[in-house]
Design a protein. Structure first.
Length: 291
């Protein structure tokens, strides 16, 4: 499913959550939606799901989503932790609701995931732990097989083994059933290997949209003798520095040209990639104490 957003603005009274945002997602990818708290991620997903009227244009495969029942049936938005579910309902009933709303629902897969995450179908949602409620949301999101599936921090509350089982299930099912998946997360490094494209927003504005591998190539870790590292990084954008005795490492932002690579070899410096999370922090860093 292709997503096209043009001039999108969302306001809550005097607060502007999304400020004249425009972007397009070509579809059949796993996208990472990254932003600090209060950046507008949840508001954006709500509009994409058709839950909220907004200023501007939001189209899914060329059709408006708001007040369009046919388009909304192709979308699944899971919030943390399965907030939309009535906590007095049994898990089995929640899954039945999911099946009733979505033509693409795979009930056999939903039961398989429930067993994987050790969720009792007869349990009431309100009696589950926070991590188990998050797992219910993950089951709904994956089993829906919706052309546009959005997971808004839906993995939070899961313990580490369950999160990794969820990541494996997400990737395997995407490979078998390609669709447009948007994942909002603060656990960037855990999910970074799954993300094909990254959309970074801050203070309701689009900061960057880029393929994850291209974004990673923008940063380099430089390690070597402290004096040599200082000489090499002079004039470059340095994100952070660490020293241990005479050895120093520096993370720099910006692609190095051929002359830079040659100079690094001449100085005996080691060059390596830096984490996607470090690049995200730099790109959303407050300037002068303001964002």
């Amino acid at each position: 499913m292709r997503v096209d957003v043009q001039g999108l603005t969302v306001r809550y009274g005097d607060v502007t959550a999304i400020d004249d945002m425009s972007f397009s997602l070509s579809g059949n990818k796993i996208y990472g939606l990254l932003g600090r708290n209060g950046s507008g991620k949840t508001s954006l997903m709500s509009v994409l799901a058709g839950y909220r009227r907004a200023i501007g244009s939001v189209q899914l495969d060329g059709e408006p989503v708001f007040e369009n029942a046919a388009a909304m049936r192709k979308v699944c938005l899971v919030r943390h932790p399965a907030d939309a579910a009535d906590k007095s309902d049994k898990v089995s009933h929640v899954l039945e609701y999911g099946a009733a709303w979505r033509d693409t629902w795979d009930n056999a897969y939903a039961l398989e995931l429930s067993e994987l995450f050790k969720i009792g179908l007869k349990s009431k949602v309100g009696e589950l732990s926070l991590g188990q409620r998050s797992a219910v949301g993950a089951v709904i999101g994956l089993a829906s097989r919706s052309p546009l599936t959005m997971l808004d921090e839906s993995h939070l509350g899961m313990d580490t083994p369950t999160r990794y089982a969820f990541y494996d299930a997400l990737l395997n099912d995407f490979m078998a059933h390609p669709r447009t998946i948007i994942v909002s997360t603060h656990l960037i490094e855990e999910l970074s290997s799954l993300l094909e494209e990254v959309v970074i927003i801050d203070s309701g504005r689009l900061v960057l949209q880029e393929e994850a591998d291209v974004l990673r190539s923008r940063g380099t870790e430089v390690v070597g003798n402290a004096a040599d590292v200082d000489e090499f990084t002079e004039g470059l954008t340095v994100l952070s520095e660490k020293s241990l005795g005479r050895t120093k490492s520096a993370m720099v932002f910006g692609q190095l040209d051929d002359s830079g690579l040659v100079r690094a070899r001449q100085l005996g410096l080691e060059l390596g990639p830096i984490a996607l999370q470090d690049l995200f922090v730099h790109l959303t860093e407050p300037v002068g104490g303001k964002r």
